[in-house]
Design a protein around this ligand. Structure first.
Ligand SMILES: C[S@@+](CC[C@H](N)C(=O)[O-])C[C@H]1O[C@@H](n2cnc3c(N)ncnc32)[C@H](O)[C@@H]1O
Length: 258
């Protein structure tokens, strides 16, 4: 399945009240939104028409999140769905996640693009290829090690995989506190050592199976009823077990670092 087809179905299933996209380029993924949305990109060049309730910021995501009230165009609501597809360097993707999570609820879904490079050249920090994932794959290791509380579902989509992250916790500061260490790992010089499991997409989930999950209804319902995270996470994990999607997370995809 192509990543845009997956995202389109997520908009239908989650029915987000708000959408935040980092990295807009031509607007192809932003055009899938069906709710008040924000798009952030210092160099977007639209080639599709966007809805009237989309607000674009021609700036970097760091500049955007440094605004006093970045989500003002969403009328005070948190982010319900976010797509992180901006600068393809892992420290940028990490900062984007940390910032998005601060503006989220536990019922928010975040999707990262480009977690599955096909080889080390595609994963180079200094871009050498037309199709470029950069080293965004390192996000898998960062979340696996430092945020075991999150539900992370790596997806076998084309062309370069997606990571669906659920069960956010805006009060959790672990990634921010460890940012300096993670920054050092993120900025290791080329060539990048891409784990074989990542190159083979080990444990990556069939996107159709994820789209068929009952957990989307749990998230929608919990958002509407403002169910607190602790109770809601139990219901979410139960639904994932029912859907056959639990235990197939990053543990399978990535060995723990020695
Ligand atoms: C792969 S494209 C996005 C494609 C789009 N999401 C889609 O699927 O149709 C990546 C975009 O990220 C933008 N970008 C680069 N650095 C960025 C940053 N620091 N903050 C936000 N966007 C950035 C680039 O200008 C580029 O347009």
């Amino acid at each position: 399945m192509r990543y845009l087809d997956f995202l389109e179905r997520v908009h239908e299933l989650l029915e987000p009240r708000t959408y935040l996209e980092i990295g807009v380029r031509h607007g192809d993924s932003l055009a899938l939104a069906r709710a008040p949305s924000i798009g952030v990109d210092p160099a977007y060049r639209l080639r599709v028409e966007l809805r009237d309730d989309v607000t674009l910021f021609r700036e970097t995501s760091d500049e955007f999140f440094a605004r006093p009230d970045p989500l003002a165009p969403l009328g005070g609501l948190p982010v319900d769905l976010s797509f992180i597809d901006g600068m393809h360097l892992s420290e940028y993707a990490l900062r984007d996640f940390v910032n998005v999570e601060k503006h989220s609820r536990w019922t928010t879904a975040v999707v990262f693009d480009d977690i599955f490079p096909t080889d080390a050249t595609m994963a180079a920090r200094n871009r050498e290829t037309r199709r470029w994932t950069g080293d965004v794959f390192k996000i898998l290791g960062f979340l696996r090690e430092h945020r075991p509380d999150l539900v992370c579902l790596p997806l076998d989509t084309e062309p370069t995989g997606l990571l669906l992250v659920l069960g956010l916790d805006p009060t959790n500061d672990a990634l921010n506190e460890r940012y300096d260490d993670l920054f050092d790992q993120a900025t290791a010089e080329d060539p990048q050592e891409v784990p074989d499991e990542v190159l083979r997409r080990k444990g990556a989930l069939d996107p159709e199976a994820v789209l068929a999950g009952s957990f989307w209804g749990v998230l929608r319902d919990a958002r509407a009823r403002e169910v607190p995270r602790r109770r809601g996470m139990r219901a979410l994990r139960r639904a994932l077990r029912r859907d056959g999607l639990s235990g197939r997370s990053l543990r399978e995809l990535l060995p723990l670092p020695a």
